[in-house]
Ligand binder design. Structure first.
Ligand code: FES
Ligand SMILES: [Fe+2]
Length: 347
């Protein structure tokens, strides 16, 4: 293999999404015992459902008989039944029954890949294995989700752009005072600054140099074994509850090469009465305003051509964008190298 081929494999891996990762794919409430849920992750079609005990199961969305999507089928006593000719498969991907054909040899065969699933804080995470990490590491989550003094709401959205642009957008605090300049929370602060980037224990922090406390001024990324997320603070005007800031915890899921799904927990550290009043205010008035801001991001990113990065001209503010790309490329390189050595060992 030439260096060029290897570089292309690494670029393709970054583009489709890293393996060896936990990715959130749906809200918990979307996965039911009554009907299957079809989705895609890293371009692969998946089906999820809850079995009889309420545990979530996840398989390739492909019927072992002739490939019909299992997500078009039905849940039968905790297993999934294909709509096309009724073949029933369990959560491990083993064919349980072929109702149309007595004593069919397919029964008892492990026919499909199954995936590890974990439900946490209203979201459903699926583990995509890699050669380096076939078994899932513990799912690392933002500490605010585990701390009861924080409260919040999960919002998700499907964006018609590669996940890399959604990550770049999060690693770019400078867009806040331009793209969101007419919003309720991000209309303040100066429009000129420099950026600085600092390493943190688990990742990095990108921050405006001259401005603090007004607008979106920093983002931190945490890179753990098997998961990556970011967080940032949005200062809150007094009209939006008990002052201070709202923290956004963000995960970005690669759906396929041109689609991603973003998962944002919008959190406040408020207790007692202030907590109840913020939760009420959020649902009654604030949520819609936050959606408007998120829509501005979505529309901008969807308007960018998929190959924009081949013609872009970065400047000092794009330190965070460069850093996130470097992290993805390094991880992809290590995955591709592990795959190539496993292939060579097998030959
Ligand atoms: S394709 Fe699923 S049962 Fe035939
Ligand atoms: Fe934004």
């Amino acid at each position: 293999m030439t260096a060029i081929d290897k570089k292309a494999l690494i670029e393709a891996r970054v583009n489709e999404g890293l393996r060896g990762q936990w990715y959130p794919v749906a809200k918990s409430v979307e996965i039911r015992t009554t009907e299957p849920y079809g989705t895609r992750l890293l371009g692969q079609k998946l089906v999820l459902w809850r079995d009889g005990a309420g545990a979530i199961r996840c398989l390739e969305d492909f019927c072992p008989h002739r490939g019909a999507p299992l997500s078009y089928g039905e849940v039968h006593e905790g297993n999934i039944g294909c709509r096309y000719h009724g073949v029933i498969v369990n959560g491990e991907g083993v064919v349980v029954r072929v109702p149309a054909m007595p004593e069919c040899a397919l029964e008892g065969r492990k026919a499909l890949k199954s995936f590890h699933v974990q439900e946490a804080h209203d979201a459903v995470f699926v583990y995509i294995p890699s050669v380096e990490r076939p078994e899932p590491p513990a799912l690392a989550l933002p500490r605010e989700l585990e701390d009861p003094s924080w409260t919040g709401f999960l919002c998700t959205s499907l964006w018609g752009t590669n996940y890399r642009y959604a990550l770049d957008n999060l690693a770019d605090p400078m867009h806040g005072c331009y793209l969101h300049s007419e919003s309720f929370t991000l209309a303040f602060g100066s429009k000129q600054d420099l950026m600085k980037l600092d390493r943190t224990q688990a990742g990095f922090r990108i921050e405006r140099v001259a401005q603090t406390g007004a607008n979106f001024v920093w983002t931190e990324f945490e890179v753990h074994e098997g998961s990556m997320f970011c967080f940032l603070d949005i200062p809150y005007p007094p009209a939006a509850g008990p002052g201070s800031f709202m923290r956004i915890l963000g995960f970005t899921t690669p759906v396929d090469a041109t689609t991603c799904k973003v998962f944002f927990w919008r959190m406040r550290q408020v207790e007692g009465l202030a907590r109840e009043s913020w939760r009420f205010l959020y649902r009654a008035a604030l949520e819609e305003r936050h959606w408007n801001v998120l829509e501005q991001d979505r529309v901008m990113l969807e308007g960018m051509p998929d190959d924009a990065r081949t013609r872009e001209m970065l400047y000092q503010h794009d330190l965070g964008v460069s850093r996130i790309r470097q992290i993805l490329t390094r991880a992809a390189k290590s995955q591709i190298e592990a795959e190539l050595s496993a292939e060579m060992a097998a030959e």
